[in-house]
Design a binder for this molecule. Structure first.
Ligand code: FEO
Length: 169
């Protein structure tokens, strides 16, 4: 049902989602090391979401009879120059993921693989939300820059985020 090319693109995307999980966990660790546990929590939850994205793709590939081949996950950066830089990198990364998903949709459309196009609609919508929230956080972290009281409140706010497991399919 699924071509080798689209299966390959989805396998690559699974690896990219897993890399994103590693990257966000690395950002989380960096904030934990600075006792900004709320921001660290935010990135830890984000990491779990990325693993859920990879799981969704894993299930889909299995459902459509694609061969699942786990890829190598490279080591993410673990040092950052500033609080702002971390949020900017997160936004940049989400934009990369969006482009990658669009590329799969484009290829699936060209092949007439409408099942994959339909499956990826969820990810297209998710990327709109992820880019919007990442962009908003860049604005907010810039606002609190140099103001410890504001940073404290921002940390508290991000500490409220909880991981909500989606039905995996
Ligand atoms: Fe799975 Fe944040 O994109």
């Amino acid at each position: 049902m699924i071509s080798e090319k689209i299966a390959q693109l989805l396998n690559d995307q699974i690896t990219k989602e897993q890399y994103a999980a590693q990257y966000y966990l690395s950002m989380s660790a960096w904030f934990f090391a600075q006792d900004l546990d709320g921001i660290a929590n935010y990135f830890r939850v984000q990491s779990k979401e990325e693993l859920m994205h990879a799981d969704k793709m894993f299930n889909y590939l299995n459902d459509v009879g694609g061969e699942i081949i786990m890829g190598e996950i490279s080591k993410p950066p673990h040092q950052f120059a500033s609080h702002t830089e971390v949020f900017e990198k997160a936004l940049e990364h989400e934009k990369t993921v969006t482009r990658s998903i669009f590329n799969i949709v484009k290829n699936a459309n060209e092949e007439g693989d409408f099942a994959t196009v339909s499956f990826l609609q969820w990810f297209i919508n998710e990327q709109v939300e992820e880019e919007a929230s990442a962009s908003q956080l860049v604005t907010k972290i810039k606002m609190v820059h140099g103001n410890p009281s504001a940073l404290y409140l921002f940390d508290q706010e991000l500490g409220q985020r909880v991981f909500v497991a989606d039905p995996v399919k």
